[in-house]
Design a protein around this ligand. Sequence first.
Ligand code: NDP
Length: 329
Amino acid sequence: MDTFRAMVIDQVDGKPKAGFRNLTMAELPDNDVLVKVEYSTLNYKDGLAISGRGRIARRFPMVAGADLAGTVVESRAPEWKAGDKVVVNGWGMSETEWGGYSGYQRVKAGWLTRLPDAFTLEQAMAIGTAGYTAALCVLALEDWGTIRKGEGEVLVTGAAGGVGSVAVALLASRGYPVTASTGRPDTHDYLKGLGATQFVDRATLAEKGGPLQKERWTGAVDSVGSTTLANVLAQTVYGGAVAACGLAGGFDLPGTVMPHILRGVTLIGVDSVMAPAAKRDRAWALLAESLDRDKLAAMTTVEPMDRLPELADAIMAGQTRGRVVIKIG
Ligand code: NDP
């Protein structure tokens, strides 16, 4: 326990560079709660950070990893005690705060979510930021109120990815008919297993389309952005809503106001990083209630920390399926 391994991003010649390093307790930030990290995950943002393709770390050195799950070792905060099982998603970890790819981490008490009884630490990381963001998107659509159980179609873009897979599983188990947009036809059986009933080739959504197209989606979860999101908005039914959380296809939004001003379509922005605790609790409660554990297992692979560099390249190339849990050690 004198030293432990971490994946650290440094700045070399003005560019972020990731590598493994041994850290000591004395090097960890002076936050209230020391956690022995057992699992982390690989999200798209982690891929950007490790591969150097995105400027995620905003100070250096930075311990990467947007998520962690583990056990409290010691706490100066009265609400947490040694032995508590905890999860942290976001709160700037891997950006401005040291993150989860580390044998131990010291975090602020307010960032911790108590591990729901319904999940093991490994399952909590199988969900991770991507899955908890999918839950925030589903909540946003349900709160908006235009998606209907057993009626219409709810679209999920980037369906075979992490956010997409959890969104498909959650929406299907809550009774909404799910259409999955994917660029990988070989994932259709996998997505059917998660509950998708119809498919759209992602190439058709990536082509620029008209400002108002045939109304189809009562709601949508979009992790792709760009032309895809513009088309999804143009195909959303009168009064419907789209929960947008991602930019896997690009961060631009080349659309028009027409769906909004002529069909009353709403674009709901979803952020997981700084979401307040009450919203997080609702999302985890929804996951505990509606995420089928067999489906969660079917969408998850567990990988050792050593493979992070190659896994980061794979998620950047859109080649990972579902969720990747990282065993810390
Ligand atoms: P994944 O890589 O697991 O999933 C992204 C999926 O998008 C891919 O599997 C692929 O799905 C599709 N995709 C990839 N590249 C393209 C492309 N060029 N054009 C169209 N579709 C593409 O990533 P995550 O699920 O972890 O994250 C998805 C997005 O959500 C990311 O942009 C991420 O930054 C964002 N995100 C945002 C959060 C927030 O707080 N707002 C939190 C978590 C994630 P398929 O093969 O099925 O077509």
